[in-house]
Design a protein around this ligand. Sequence first.
Ligand code: SAH
Length: 342
Amino acid sequence: MIKIDNLSFNELEKKIIELKEPKFKAKQLFEWLHNKTVDSFDEISNISKKTKENLSKYLEFTESSIDLKLESKIDDTRKYVIKFEDSNIVESVYLKYKYGNTACISSQVGCKMGCAFCASTKNGYIRDLTSAEMLKQIYLIQKDICEKITNIVIMGSGEPLNNYNNIIKFLNIINDERGQNISMRKITLSTCGIIPNIYKLADENIPITLAISLHAPTQEKREKILPVSNKYKLPELMKSCDYYISKTGRRLTFEYIMIKGFNDSSSDAILLSNLLKNKLVNVNLIPCNYVKEANLSPSSNFDIEKFKKLLTQNGINATVRRELGSDINAACGQLRNNFLKR
Ligand code: SAH
């Protein structure tokens, strides 16, 4: 059996022809799948019973459901525990911003990157998500909030550039005008720095925003909290970032977690400014969120503002990320497979 919702438009069309159905049915089906976001053949009305019977011999839907929903009491954030047919779960978050409805989605069940400060990696890696499983996170959230998602951040659990082909397919389907038609410009992909795939992504010619989890201004410090930097070193990472900027012409975001007494001093700010000088970049400062195992504290607001001011004075654009949903463990780095054993 093939999962029908995992097929790009071209693949679906090919399959339809292979199954001896008229080609135009591919467009109808694609619209049902990705615009109306139905979960079964039963919900489709303009395709005959005979065709449905033929298709369902070879094609089936990806199953997914909201297992649990938590609503923040301090803001409009909602965290969803989404369950797939093999009982694996991921967490997805809905964030309401003035500029639109944002979904933060996961790309893998668990994560193998082992970053010191992040909850998603604490139970290890289980498997990659399919493109349909990433789409379903958006579709389920939309149905729950009864509004359209306008912006997507791929910043939930998992390392998206380690699930490369499925991510690219997901991006193309979510952007397809026959489906959700969400602009690539409203999608941000965050990576801890898988260098070969940063080059690959730059060459895809898709205008998403790329965010790099930098978190420290030197190789030495970065190694202490991001094991991936032992393999993909900072100078090479910066070269791949330069390539991305020159190839796409798009401003790159650098995420920088502010950890008290570790990477938040004035000299860290100066090192960071020198690293990013004269580049088309934005720095997003993220107060380190609480993670049980990590024993790391966020920098004080005073130190964060001071750090930001130093960056700005050195000509680097910097913003502080507003923390949403921390009362339901929905903030950055707090998503994990907490619910596996239930
Ligand atoms: N694997 C990808 C995407 C997931 S993380 C990546 O590393 O970028 C999404 C963002 O949340 C990253 O910038 C990550 O570093 C940040 N994050 C992780 N743990 C955090 C924590 N405890 N506090 C604040 N931000 C955190």
